[in-house]
Structure formats: C-alpha cells, structure tokens
Design a protein around this ligand. Structure first.
Ligand code: CO
Ligand code: CO
Ligand code: CO
Length: 323
C-alpha cells in the first residue's frame, strides 16, 4: 500500500472545470483566475510529528503554507482544520497547537479566517490556504528544461528522525536542527524560485524521489539525482542504517520504483530509503537554467536561504536517474 494519490483517484471521473481553472488537481496547489487575479488554493493537514504541541502547530502551519510558496505565490488567508478529541487530550494542548500556528501565520502575514473541528481519536491539524500570484506569474512542476540544475533548500531525513522520536530512541532536543528547518517558512525560497526556476515543488510526503519524479513526469525530462550531493541529517543516516525508518519510506520507494531509470547506479537499501523518506515541511526543489544558477546562488547567500545543488536535468521521458 502506497500513499493515496488524489490525481490518480479522480482520473477518469467527470470533473467539472471551467476556463478560470489554470492549474487543476495534481500540482502543489490549484491556480484559479478570478477578475484578473490569479489565486492559489491548497490544503494540508498532518498528525503530530513532535511531542511539543506548540511546535507541532507551528510546523504544520509552515507545511500548509509551503505549497503556495512552491508555486511562487504569497499566502493571503487560511482556514484551520482540527481533528481532536477533548476526552483523550486536554483542550489546553489544542490551544498550544493553535498558538504555534497563529504565530507562524503572523510571520507569514496570513489571516486566519476560520476553520472546522471534528472529533477524532487521532489528532490532526492543518490549514487550507489561499494565496495570490505576484504579477500573474506562478510556477508548477512542469517546465524543467534539459540542461537545468536541480537545487534543494532543506535537508532530508525528518521522517526517520520523527520515527526515532516516536520510538523513544531520541529526544526532541536531539533533532533541534531538523525542527529549526521545519519551522522555517519557504517564503524567501519561493521568491527566489519565482525569479529563477523553470519548475518547482516542495518536498513533502512522497519524499525527495517522489516529488522529483513528479517534476520529471510533468516536464517530460529525466531528472538526475546525485546521491552524494543530497543533504541528509547525519542522525537520520545513522538511524536508517539501524533499520529505524517510517513505513512511509518503503511505501514511497515502492511507488516511485517504476520511475527509476535502469541505468541508475545501484544504491544501498538504506540510501534508497533516505531518498524516499517522507518529509514534513521540507524545502523547495527547483529546476534552474544553468546560465542563471550563479545569480541564484549569490542571491540565496545574501538572503540566507540554504541551497544544495543535487543534480541536473537531461533529455528523457519522465524518469529519474540516480548516481
Ligand atoms: Co506540495
Ligand atoms: Co502539500
Ligand atoms: Co463548519
């Protein structure tokens, strides 16, 4: 069983779309034209990934806002999605979750307009976010070009680290670096993407390989991922080698396997799982023309956005080449 993919589920259904639907189901968000403005609409909600409810709320908000930034947009407002059972957990816990989210919404200058709560044994929290496109421009997963360079803006491995946390093998303070990255808005990274990238997505639940595969498929190119250049949290590398990893990592790998070019260099089982590790509040994966790469790297440094060059784009038909 892999993750359910809405795009696959609705294929073949008689979906209503209109001439204002510029990007429909299947990208990071939808893009809709209304009275001359282009709006981005997206929703994300997650189960707790850290023990501290304030941090969970903050990370979830950053994660939900991320799809708007991945399309190069600016979030305007949000609605909260809350699944919570106040017999199992004290309502003060939920207040902390909301406090974390509200603080991040303030940082993102995004208005909370409302929300909806449902009674649920397994708590979940997230946001539906509406954003606007700047100057009518937006990015999708289509548009990566042969010769482009691939950049990633946050390290990989939070799924493995949070699995270790849930298994009591590690304390929250031991994954502070990963928490700091998860708390970081992709706002400036998104501005850089809009200025420099040909295609962009945020790396989340499907893992680096899953999201890279989406760009390869939609752009009809081959994405080359160089394992040695991908940034991983060192502790995540230690844990995966000890067979500590979330089930989702294996699910993601099984899902993306068919998309891996036969000419790929064989990787160790744990290297493949690291590349497939489900991410929460991950960075942006951008495909950038080689002649603009230097300028992007300079600007990223000025604006203190982390940037790793992890591969390139070659001619192909929607596959991933690992080496
Ligand atoms: Co996304
Ligand atoms: Co998302
Ligand atoms: Co309601």
């Amino acid at each position: 069983m892999g993750p359910a993919d809405l795009e696959k589920l609705i294929s073949g259904l008689n979906l209503y779309v209109d001439e204002s639907t510029l990007v429909g189901v299947g990208d990071d968000g939808g893009v809709y034209l209304h009275r001359g403005n282009l709006y981005i609409h997206t929703v994300d909600f997650i189960t707790p990934i850290v023990n501290d409810p304030y941090l969970w709320g903050a990370i979830s908000a950053v994660n939900s806002l991320s799809d708007v930034y991945a399309m190069g947009g600016k979030p305007l407002n949000a609605l909260a999605i809350v699944c919570f059972n106040n017999c199992d957990l004290d309502v003060s816990v939920l207040k902390e979750v909301l406090k974390g989210a509200v603080d991040k919404l303030r940082e993102a200058k995004t208005v909370l307009l409302g929300g909806h709560t449902v009674d649920d044994k397994e708590p979940k929290f997230g946001l539906a976010v509406t954003g606007v496109c700047k100057d009518g421009k937006y990015l999708t997963q289509e548009g990566a070009k042969v010769g482009d360079i691939l950049y990633l803006t946050k390290p990989i491995g939070v799924g493995i680290l949070t699995k270790a946390l849930k298994s009591d093998l590690i304390k929250e303070k031991d994954i502070q670096q990963a928490i700091n990255y998860m708390l970081e808005l992709n706002d400036i990274a998104g501005e850089l993407a809009l200025e420099f990238a040909n295609a962009c997505t945020d790396v989340t639940g499907f893992g680096l390989l899953g999201h890279a595969f989406n760009i390869a498929r939609k752009s009809k190119v081959k994405l080359v991922i160089e394992y040695g250049k991908v940034p991983f949290y060192p502790t995540a590398v230690d844990f995966v080698q000890k067979k500590v990893y979330p089930k989702g990592a294996m699910d993601n790998y099984n899902f993306v396997k068919e998309g891996i070019d036969k000419g790929s260099e064989p990787l160790e089982w744990w290297q493949v799982l690291l590349l497939s590790d489900p991410v929460t509040s991950g960075g942006l994966l951008m495909s950038v023309s080689e002649d603009r790469a230097g300028e992007l790297e300079k600007k990223a440094q000025e604006k203190e956005v982390s940037l790793w060059k992890i591969g390139s784009v070659e001619e192909g038909s929607g596959l991933l080449l690992l080496r």
